[in-house]
Design a binder for this molecule. Structure first.
Ligand code: ARG
Length: 575
């Protein structure tokens, strides 16, 4: 049980007992302002209202039944019926000592779930671009968090490898194969290759027809098409994998369940929807009409699952994937970390899946959408010439910029060391900038902000961490490795409470899937630590106090490191 739950259960029981009603909720909140104590219970008012009692009087009665001795030093009734909880220093000291001795900063969940996370999932027809960066980074932070809490995590990279675009690419490859044997060179720049094929598709009717035929052939299993397709896919995947490695993304080839994986499961989906009476023919296409989705003029919008030419669609594949994730993977939760622009698609597909019973009732399907990355002009992020920004170029630029920064701070450092630090800082800056934003919002990509040593940034946190670690390299602290923390000063208390909130913060992120909450926590922790460090001398204090304060330093460092690692960010011992 985390601290919040611990308080919650005691106070809830007190309210329930006083009211004579089962399962009352204490509604515990962290009080950000000291005068409200450390935590606040807001649940009194609702229950008093339900009983027709005066909230303050009812609150007094609840207070009389509560026994928080050993946990709180003071409880007080405030406002129209809040209970302010002032935690006891002894309690905090004990809790921190247990934490530091256990070496486990995060409590494992008591109810492990099977969580399927569909993330990154770029289209292999083109090079991975910045649009896929958000989902890749956010998804990877989430899987790390779920895993760390003890859930069973199944990553799914739902690569787009099967759509109509591949007909066009195959046709272009066929032509080049006869004209030029160095296809591998041609494919070195996938973006260029795609553009050439697209140009031909748009301007040359024969090419377009051949391309359409090739899609049908591919999906029917034609050997030549499949071989060319495979060649293309392999190169495109290699490119993604290079990026994953560079960015420290935990997706591996085992996690690939691309669209093509579902090819033989699509016809059965259509047959099944038909049997269940969910299909309607419309202009030769098979559609599901859902009452809740209508166009502006009120006409129902179709979810097309089979085109008039017999081809299947993105939605069909997603229905098959839901079946697979339920029946085979046995998911309790399926999370889709995908661009907000696909929100209607997911609402529709989830609804069809429910009607067709492709998911068990208890399984929750969640679209974790994210907004658009903008350039400084407030428009979607593009290169200067208006093209899509290649992710590889972006990451390389981050590292180069970090190198300049490191070099300016440490002119005398060896070059290899500078580069090693820059590699970590550059990637951390990009990832952290992404994660620290509310994923629902659009944000402006800005190198200066993300590489700043001030504010809620990776360099700030990495530096804070390295500074704490440097204390332990000093002679006065070098051999201390067991700690006995005694919380006394108010800055120590504030730090102690913050440290104890790590586990509840991570649990909250696992629930709502907003990693920016963890970033904010780490940023606040670093700030509270700085205030503690300014107010409370560590190395100059007398031995017992020094040991206690070093314990607080140690726990802060461990928490920052673990928090950053959960976000997929490496730390540096020196910076
Ligand atoms: N490949 C798609 C895209 O690039 C994203 C796939 C997301 N996952 C899914 N199950 N639909 O937009």
């Amino acid at each position: 049980m985390n601290l919040k739950q611990q308080l919650d259960s005691i106070i809830s029981a007190g309210i329930s007992e006083t009211a004579g009603i089962a399962d009352c909720k204490a509604l515990i909140n962290y009080a950000r302002d000291e005068k409200f104590g450390d935590y606040q219970a807001n649940g009194i008012m609702g229950v008093a209202k339900q009983l027709g009692k005066n909230p303050r009087e009812f609150g007094e009665q609840v207070l009389d039944t509560l026994d928080l001795s050993g946990i709180a030093e003071k409880l007080e009734l405030a406002g129209p019926g809040f209970i302010n909880i002032h935690l006891a220093n002894d309690f905090l000291s004990k809790a921190l000592n247990t934490l530091i001795a256990s070496g486990q900063l995060i409590q494992k969940t008591e109810k492990p779930q099977t969580v399927v996370v569909d993330y990154s999932s770029p289209n292999l027809a083109k090079e991975m671009h910045v649009g896929h960066m958000r989902g890749t980074i956010i998804g990877d932070a989430l899987v790390r968090i779920f895993e760390h809490l003890g859930h069973i995590v199944i990553r799914q990279n739902h690569f787009g490898d099967w759509g109509t675009q591949f007909g066009m690419l195959i046709t272009h490859m066929q032509d080049l194969h006869t004209a030029d044997t160095s296809l591998k060179n041609e494919l070195a720049d996938l973006e260029m290759f795609y553009r050439q094929a697209k140009e031909r598709f748009d301007s040359d009717a024969d090419f377009a027809n051949a391309s359409r035929e090739n899609v049908v052939k591919l999906q029917a299993g034609d050997a030549e098409c499949l071989a060319l397709w495979q060649e293309f896919i392999n190169i495109s995947m290699e490119h993604c994998e290079k990026l994953y490695t560079l960015l420290g993304i935990t997706l591996s080839s085992n996690d690939i369940r691309a669209e093509s994986f579902y090819n033989d499961k699509l016809a059965p989906v259509i047959a099944d929807l038909e049997t269940k009476g969910l299909l309607t023919e419309s202009d030769g296409a098979s559609c599901v009409f859902l009452e809740e989705f209508t166009s502006k003029d009120g006409t129902p919008l179709p979810v097309i699952v089979k085109k008039s030419d017999g081809g299947f669609l993105y939605a069909t594949t997603d229905l098959a994937a839901i079946q697979y994730r339920n029946e085979i993977l046995k998911a309790d939760r399926v999370l889709y970390v995908v661009d907000a622009r696909q929100s209607l698609h997911f609402q529709q597909v989830f609804k069809v899946a429910e009607l067709a019973a492709y998911k068990k009732q208890s399984c929750s399907l969640e679209h974790l959408s994210y907004g658009t990355m903008m350039g400084s002009d407030g428009k979607p992020f593009k290169t200067r010439s208006g093209g899509t920004v290649k992710l590889l170029d972006l990451v390389n630029e981050g590292v180069t910029r970090a190198h300049t920064l490191v070099a300016s701070k440490n002119p005398d450092m060896q070059d290899a060391e500078k580069q090693a630090i820059a590699d970590v800082v550059g990637i951390a800056a990009i990832k952290y900038f992404e994660l620290s934003k509310n994923r629902n919002s659009d944000y402006v990509f800005d190198w200066d902000t993300m590489l700043s040593f001030e504010g809620n940034t990776a360099p700030y946190l990495l530096y804070a961490y390295a500074r704490i670690r440097s204390i332990f390299r000093k002679e006065e602290a070098a051999n201390i490795d067991s700690f006995d923390i005694t919380v006394n000063e108010k800055e120590e208390k504030a730090l102690a409470i913050k440290l104890l909130q790590f586990t509840e913060t991570v649990e909250q992120v696992a629930q709502d899937c907003f990693p920016n909450q963890l970033c904010l926590y780490l940023y606040e922790l670093a700030g509270i630590y700085m205030r503690f460090y300014e107010a409370c001398p560590v190395l100059k204090a007398q031995p017992a106090v020094k040991n206690s304060r070093l314990g607080l330093c140690q726990l802060t460092a461990l928490t920052i490191r673990e928090g950053l690692n959960l976000l997929g960010i490496d730390t540096l011992e020196k910076m």
